[in-house]
Design a protein around this ligand. Structure first.
Ligand code: PLP
Length: 344
């Protein structure tokens, strides 16, 4: 039985267990459904087995050896991956999300930081290339490396080639694909690392319709269960875990894939200034001659009430995902047209 079905089952046992709200005592009335589904791991219906089953099914969908549901974001996925990999000397990007260095510190690794070139045209970091990987592996001889692909702004690495190089050198590859959770479900987006890398981490909550802070850790190497046990609570939120199961089933369904395709086609149909930055069309990277990215971001916010995801000196990035509909995109296009046609 899946997690969603299990939570819908009526439990006729009188529970003298945690959680003591008993699914009926609602301090926050608006969240009464949340309380109803908030069961403990000891529940009669055995949610622990249902979770294992749901994770095994997810691994089949993704084509990975193991897939683990995370309710503490990609942050916990990266920490889990580094711990599970058992690497001793790890290469991390000096501008990566702080969870990379925290993971390496927690695992007691020797840390070597590498640099990435800045894309002068867009003011953002480029994705790591196979030739840079070869150079860094030769120079530092690590037994593990974490790369970020795609970058925040949608620059994607050649994960297949990089995995091949790492495998050849016996180096464990961990890919932070936090911003690429839609990639396994569309061939119009950059290729996902899930089937190639030793470990891949994805935030479902960033682009794939998941609730904060749902995420996934995929492994083609060791089973991350033991590592995750060291950092996770022993009282997980089954409602959140069930949303992960439902989220994956949706992304993998015809309806879900169609929705991703619709998002891509809707963005393609927009009349946006060219060229576009990045390899991932769902991260709309724009810039305008004569004004900085920060000024562009300020106009978008103050004049059009549009908030971007990330801005730098040159460009600004508007993040879209499975929940971004055509109406919202057209509003963005109108704002951009206004700015580019000099109405500011
Ligand atoms: C590249 C990257 N990796 C990891 C994380 C951590 O993700 P989460 O918020 O799901 O823990 C983030 C969050 O912004 C991120 O941008």
């Amino acid at each position: 039985m899946g997690l969603v079905s299990l939570l819908k089952k009526k439990n006729r046992t009188l529970l003298f267990t945690t959680p003591s709200h008993s699914g009926k005592f609602y301090i926050f009335h608006k969240f009464y459904q949340w309380y109803r589904f908030d069961i403990s791991e000891t529940d009669t219906h055995d949610p622990v087995s249902a979770l294992s089953q749901a994770e095994r099914k997810a691994a089949k969908i993704y084509g990975s050896k193991y897939t683990k549901f995370l309710t503490n974001g990609s942050t916990s996925g990266i920490i889990g991956a580094v711990l599970a990999s058992k690497v001793k000397k790890i290469l991390i990007w000096d501008n990566a999300h702080p969870c990379h260095s925290n993971a390496a510190k927690l695992a007691g690794c020797e840390i070597i930081e590498y640099k990435l070139p800045l894309d002068q045209e867009w003011g953002v970091y480029q994705a790591i290339t196979p030739s840079l990987i070869t150079e860094y592996l030769q120079e530092y001889s690590p037994d593990g490396i974490i790369i970020t692909s795609p970058t925040y702004e949608g620059f994607a690495a050649n994960v297949e080639e990089i995995s091949r190089i790492c495998r050849e050198k016996g180096v464990k590859l961990i890919v932070d694909e936090a911003h690429g959770a839609l990639y396994p479900f569309s061939n119009k987006l950059p290729e996902s690392a899930v089937k190639h890398a030793d470990y891949t981490v994805q935030s479902l909550h960033k682009t794939a319709g998941g609730l904060n802070p749902t995420a996934l850790l995929h492994s083609n190497d060791n089973d991350p269960a033991e590592a995750l046990f060291m950092i996770n609570t022993t009282s997980p939120s089954y409602p959140l875990l069930a949303t992960i199961e439902a989220n994956i089933n949706y992304l993998n369904s015809r309806k879900g894939r169609k929705k991703i395709n619709e998002l891509i086609e809707n963005i393609k149909a927009l009349n946006l200034p060219s060229p576009q930055g990045g390899d991932d069309i769902t991260k709309i990277l724009i810039k305008k001659d004569g004004i900085s990215g920060y000024e562009l971001s300020k106009i978008l916010f103050e004049k059009y009430r549009i908030e971007d995801e990330k801005t730098n000196d040159i460009s600004t990035m508007l993040l879209t995902g499975i929940g971004t509909d055509k109406k919202k995109l057209i509003k963005l296009q109108k704002a951009i047209e206004g700015i580019y046609n000099g109405k500011n």
